[in-house]
Ligand binder design. Structure first.
Ligand code: NAD
Length: 314
């Protein structure tokens, strides 16, 4: 599989590094408005080639995206400490519109995978600007938040995070929700697991609330401490790429512009979706509680309001 990454900064280079180590791509093209940076990152990555499956790595301008199966967009301003993702909206929406038209001039049959923030709104911009079908334009959505939630539950309960099945839905941002009504540990609903668990000093279900609060705050804390987040998202996106490369039909909480949920039409947000080599194959039915459903509608409304702010300027 041939991929291009537009935006060769912290996130773009981490996606390239993780994908290279996992051996899931044959060619990585790094594109950045700062061509020197793209070239430097490509040179640095290439020197790891003798230690991985051999791949072609290039750095440079937009012509590199021609022929890529997937174009991943990580370009744009990152969050500053204390800044919300939605505060990046205006600057990153026009950057996204410009990038998508550059990509479409050179590659009309690609999958667009959006990572730049605010990721849901920018997924809408990419969908509108590209003219691609909605199943071929999607955002990394809450894949990272879902990983954070699973990891935090696993750490608290002393479990392997791969045995924790819990999803974060809605906006990749402050209005996201944890789907506790569907969360389970090895098939046992999390609420029953909690009742029977004899862990000392655990406040039971209050712990779940605290775990989700710390999941939501994670990016703010990391940005405060180290300036940006990159390793978690690098691995989350490389997992999406692995699923597409291997046509794995895996369930991921990517963000796509929906057209099947009442009150949430043409709005992108994350719900469990089946992903394969052609992009999004199916959106799973929502079997969440009424309260969670109301929160999901609220999250979609927040994304819609943000879209309305920029829709006439792109
Ligand atoms: P960064 O500043 O390290 O990298 C951004 C890169 O984009 C820079 O190299 C810059 O030169 C490039 N760029 C800017 N405008 C461009 C254009 N028009 N064309 C090509 N390249 C352009 O920032 P980062 O830490 O890598 O973050 C990138 C984005 O990813 C941010 O929007 C950040 O909020 C987002 N992010 C998303 C998630 C997620 O879960 N979706 C997680 C972490 C970060």
């Amino acid at each position: 599989m041939n991929i291009s990454i537009v935006g060769a900064g912290m996130v773009g280079s981490s996606i390239a590094y993780a994908s290279m180590i996992k051996g899931i791509v044959n060619e990585i093209n790094l594109v950045d408005i700062n061509k020197e940076l793209a070239e430097g990152q490509a040179m640095d990555l290439k020197h790891g080639n003798p230690y991985t499956r051999p791949i072609v790595i290039n750095g440079g301008g937009y012509d590199l995206v021609t022929g890529s199966d997937i174009v991943i967009v990580t370009a744009g301003k990152p969050q500053k400490p204390g800044e919300t993702r939605l505060q990046l909206l205006e600057s990153n929406a026009s950057i996204m519109a410009n990038i998508v038209s550059e990509v479409m001039k050179r590659n009309k049959d690609t999958i667009l995978l959006i990572v730049s923030n605010p990721v849901d709104v920018l997924t809408w911009v990419a969908w509108k600007k590209s003219g691609l079908p909605r199943d071929r334009v999607f955002g990394s959505g809450t894949t990272l938040d879902t990983a954070r939630l699973r990891q935090n539950i696993a750490q608290h309960c002393k479990l392997d995070p791969r045995s924790v099945h819990a999803y974060v839905l809605g906006e990749h941002g402050d209005s996201e929700i944890a789907s506790w009504s569907t969360a389970n540990i090895g098939g046992t609903p999390i609420k029953s697991y909690c009742k029977e668990c004899k862990k000392e000093d655990c406040p039971g279900q209050i712990a779940l609330k605290e775990i989700f609060e710390s999941t939501k705050k994670a990016a703010y804390q990391i940005i405060q401490k180290k300036g940006s987040t990159c390793f978690g998202i690098g691995l989350a996106v490389s997992r999406i790429l692995e699923v597409i490369a291997g046509n794995q039909h895996s369930v991921l909480t990517v963000s796509t512009v929906h057209n099947k949920f009442d009150k949430m039409i043409n709005i992108p947000f994350s719900v469990p979706s089946v992903v394969g080599s052609r992009g999004i194959e199916r959106i799973l039915p929502l079997n969440i509680s009424e309260e969670e459903h109301d929160k999901l509608v609220n999250s979609a409304e927040i994304i819609e309001k943000a879209i309305n702010k920029i829709k006439n300027s792109i």
